[in-house]
Design a protein around this ligand. Structure first.
Ligand code: THU
Length: 133
């Protein structure tokens, strides 16, 4: 089984547990860290809509909480008409724990359909230099 197959399997499994009663839109995300560990999460919505959390955010929290620091690959899966991409806020979160080689896989229920580098999806990210005066 390839890393991508494993990421896909974990994201599919997490997605099944998504708590998305308000949008009805279930998302799964999985991460392969720089230490070759896997993490996965689903979206978790809330009756107070803005309190909901994206699947990617949950997967990043799981990785950081376990002690790993960098994302080698991240996969996001949904079952919409079109492939989904991580939202802007999640791209910024992904960027925080990425390297120039980090990959973002976009998947449908059939498997991975597209793969991008983080810089392809967030070419002008807010970075540390931006804080300099
Ligand atoms: N969602 C994610 O979990 N990840 C994304 O990349 C896009 C959107 C979730 C948030 C919300 O629970 C539902 O999808 C509909 O926006």
């Amino acid at each position: 089984m390839t890393h991508t197959d494993k990421l896909f399997e974990l994201a599919v499994k997490a997605r099944k547990n998504a708590y998305a009663p308000y949008s009805g839109f279930k998302v799964g995300a999985s991460i392969l860290s720089d230490k070759n560990n896997y993490y996965a999460a689903a979206d978790v919505e809330n009756i107070s809509y803005p309190c909901g959390a994206c699947a990617e955010t949950g997967a990043i929290s799981a990785m950081i909480s376990a002690g790993d620091k960098k994302i080698k690959e991240i996969l996001v899966i949904a079952d919409g008409k079109d492939l989904i991409t991580p939202c802007g806020a999640c791209l910024q979160r992904i960027k925080e724990f990425s390297t120039s080689k980090t990959l973002i896989h976009l998947a449908s229920l059939k498997g991975v359909q597209k793969t991008f580098k983080v810089s392809d999806m967030l070419p002008h990210a807010f970075e540390e230099e931006g804080l300099k005066k």
